[in-house]
Design a protein around this ligand. Structure first.
Ligand code: PLP
Ligand code: COI
Length: 360
C-alpha cells in the first residue's frame, strides 16, 4: 500500500539562532523539531488516510478517547545520523517498521503498512533535516500510535492516530558512555509469558516507573528486571537489553520471549558473530551473575538500545548487596562493539549487513 503525504511546512518555524542554541546541548527528549508526520485510521473511512507532514501541534482529543482509558498505545524509537559528507543515515528503519506492526497486532490495533511507517519517518527527517545535531548527536525519531475512538466500552478501537515526532539528542545518560549502575528489582517484574513484554507498548513503561524510581532512590541509573516466574533470571533493563562478556570471549544475552527484541541487541549479535565470537541467547541467573563477577569469570556487562547505544554496566546493586563488574570501569568488548556500531550508524565504515538507509 502506498499513501501520498501532503506536505505543509510550518509557517512559524524556529529561527536559526534559536535552533542553534537548542542544539548546543539538547540532552535527551526535551527539544523538538518544527514538524510532525500524521496518518489517521478509521474503520468507517476504509482504513489509513490523511497522511500529512505539518507543523508540530497539539492533538485534539475527546476525553472519552480510548487511549486515555485503556492505554491502547504503541511506539518506536530510531535515530537519524549526520554523516561527515553532510548526508543523513537511518539505521534499520525496516526493523522498527516490522516491530511496530507486531506491537500493533499484539495490542489489537490496526497494523500500519511498513512502507507507510518508513515514508513517514523519511518525510519528517527531510523537512527537519536542519535539526540533526553534528558530532555524536543524532535526531531521535519517535513514531507512535494511539487509539482514538470515542467509546468507553473495552474493545479494540476503530480509530487510530499514527504520528512521528523528532527530538535532537545527545547522550541518554548524563555521563555519556561512562559505566552505569543498575538496581535489581526484586519487588516488581516487567513481563510474564503471554503478556506484552515483547512489544513496545506504553503500558510496559508505565508499569516500570515505580521500579525505576526505586533504582534512583538507591543511587542507581537504571533498573534491571528478573523473570516473573522464578524471580531469578535476568531479563532486561527498563529501556535496554543486556549482554554479559565472559573470560573465554563469549557473550550471553537473555533469550527472546518476554523481553523486547531490541534492534541494537540483534545488531550486536550479528557483529559479534561476524568477528567469530560465540554468542549464546540463554537465561542467566542473578546469583550466577554475582558469583561470576566475584570469580572473574565475568569480564563485562553492558546495556544496549537505540537511545543508550551501548553503556557499560559498572555496578550492580540489590537488597542483598552490591557488586562491581570489571572494577566498575568500562570494558574493551563493550567499548569496541560500541565504536563498531556507531561507525556503521554514522557511515564511517562499511555496512556489511545493509543496515543503513540513506535519506540524503
Ligand atoms: N528493551 C526495552 C524495554 C526498550 O525500551 C528498548 C529500547 O527501545 C530496548 C530494549 C532496546 O531496543 P532497541 O535496540 O530496538 O532500541
Ligand atoms: C529507545 O531506546 O528507543 C527507547 O525506547 C528507550 C527509552 C527511551 C524508552
Amino acid at each position: 500500500m502506498s499513501l501520498k503525504f501532503e506536505i505543509q511546512p510550518a509557517t512559524n518555524a524556529t529561527s536559526e539562532t534559536e535552533r542553534t542554541a537548542k542544539l548546543a546541548n539538547p540532552g535527551f527528549g526535551r527539544v523538538f523539531t518544527d514538524h510532525m508526520a500524521v496518518v489517521r485510521y478509521s474503520q468507517a473511512q476504509g482504513g489509513w488516510h490523511g497522511a500529512r507532514v505539518e507543523a508540530r501541534s497539539n492533538f485534539q482529543l475527546d476525553p472519552a478517547g480510548a487511549v486515555l482509558h485503556y492505554a491502547q498505545e504503541i511506539f518506536e524509537g530510531l535515530k537519524a545520523y549526520k554523516r561527515d559528507d553532510g548526508g543523513v543515515n537511518l539505521f534499520r528503519p525496516d526493523a522498527n517498521a516490522r516491530r511496530f506492526k507486531s506491537s500493533a497486532e499484539r495490542m489489537a490495533m490496526a497494523p500500519l503498512p511498513e512502507d507507510v511507517f518508513i515514508e513517514a519517518v523519511e518525510q519528517l527527517v527531510r523537512i527537519d533535516r536542519s535539526w540533526i545535531p553534528g558530532g555524536e548527536g543524532s535526531l531521535y525519531l519517535r513514531p507512535f500510535m494511539i487509539a482514538n475512538e470515542i467509546f468507553l466500552g473495552v474493545k479494540p478501537s476503530a480509530e487510530y492516530i499514527f504520528a512521528v515526532i523528532a527530538s535532537p539528542v545527545g547522550s541518554y545518560f548524563k555521563g555519556g558512555p561512562a559505566p552505569v549502575s543498575i538496581w535489581v528489582s526484586e519487588n516488581y517484574t516487567r513481563a510474564a509469558v503471554g503478556g506484552t513484554g515483547a512489544v513496545k507498548c506504553g503500558g510496559n513503561y508505565a508499569a516500570s516507573l515505580r521500579a525505576q524510581a526505586e533504582a534512583i532512590e538507591r543511587g542507581c541509573d537504571q533498573v534491571v528486571f528478573l523473570d516473573a516466574v522464578e524471580r531469578r533470571y535476568v531479563e532486561e533493563l527498563g529501556g535496554m537489553n543486556i549482554f554479559f562478556v565472559f573470560d573465554d570471549g563469549s557473550l550471553v544475552t537473555p533469550p527472546l520471549g518476554t523481553i523486547l527484541p531490541g534492534i541494537t541487541r540483534d545488531s550486536i549479535i550479528a557483529l559479534a558473530k561476524d568477528a567469530g565470537t560465540v554468542v549464546r541467547e540463554e537465561p542467566y541467573a542473578i546469583d550466577q551473575w554475582r558469583k561470576d563477577a566475584a570469580s572473574g569469570r565475568l569480564k563485562e556487562a553492558f546495556a544496549c538500545g537505540t537511545a543508550a547505544v551501548i553503556s557499560p554496566i559498572g555496578k550492580v546493586c540489590s537488597a542483598s548487596g552490591d557488586f562491581l563488574i570489571s572494577g566498575g570501569a568500562a570494558g574493551p568488548v563493550a567499548m569496541g562493539l560500541r565504536k563498531q556500531l556507531v561507525d556503521i550508524q554514522y557511515g564511517r565504515t562499511n555496512d556489511p549487513h545493509d543496515w543503513i538507509r540513506k535519506v540524503f
